[in-house]
Ligand binder design. Sequence first.
Ligand SMILES: Nc1ccn([C@@H]2O[C@H](COP(=O)(O)OP(=O)(O)OP(=O)(O)O)[C@@H](O)[C@H]2O)c(=O)n1
Ligand SMILES: C[C@](O)(CO)[C@H](O)COP(=O)(O)O
Length: 260
Amino acid sequence: MTTPSQREATAVVVVAAGSGERLGYGMPKAKVPLGGETILTHALRGVAAADVARQICVAVPAGDLELRELCEEFRQELGVDGPLITVVDGGSTRAASVRAALGAVLEGTRAVLVHDAARALTPERVFHRVAVALSSGAKAVIPAIPVVDTVKMVAETDGDDAGIAPEIVTGTAPREQLRAVQTPQGFDFETLLRAHAAAATFDDEQAAAVTDDAMLVELLGVPVHAVRGASQSLKITTPLDLIIAEGLLEGPLGVRWVEG
Ligand SMILES: Nc1ccn([C@@H]2O[C@H](COP(=O)(O)OP(=O)(O)OP(=O)(O)O)[C@@H](O)[C@H]2O)c(=O)n1
Ligand SMILES: C[C@](O)(CO)[C@H](O)COP(=O)(O)O
């Protein structure tokens, strides 16, 4: 476990400003119902239950008053002893939303965990593993799980192969070295600020290639450590993911039965 002084110097950023195109609900994904509540409410409950931070900083779609209200209701539910809940307008990319939230982090913060609201069922133990690794001296920590599929590189087919199939295999990745990466990703605050300052200068193509915060820290040459993630931390991205998440909540023991 982390100590109270580590908790006092930690903030969790929850990015919830995405549009949820692939889920196809016609509303920001954070508002989509899951087990009778919203995806964002589940995510916030998980963060608060983990109790690793004095502040939770949420990025919502710019101008979305409903989600701001939801955060305010959650703040009231936690009461005066709960963490400070700060809400900011997110940006047009995930990284821009993270940057907006980092701008609202309390003075004195030394560690930040960045979490996707879309990973609404992430168990407390994953927050703890990340926080403990940070408190043991890591500057960057990610939760990760082994990849179960065989992963191949492909290219568009051309020449003699055109007309047979749209893609051709160019190689097979060594599966034992691959991990599927999740959130919360934990960082030394100063390191994460440096990484995002560099990313803020990226052109559109470079910015589009940024899919998590750890890769920005990798670009600084800072080691990124991996701890065990959990299968129930799945990112609710497609309608099938939402069905799986509903199923996890409805299981006989709720989401707690899932190992990992
Ligand atoms: N401009 C953005 C884009 C994404 N996110 C957040 O980043 C997390 C991961 O993004 P993803 O699951 O891809 O969400 P969406 O961008 O909403 O999904 P889609 O690409 O289907 O629209 C989500 O919690 C999402 O709210 C964000 O805060 N700001
Ligand atoms: C940060 C992340 O959840 C790690 O798996 C993922 O990269 C987000 O990707 P998205 O394309 O923004 O959903």
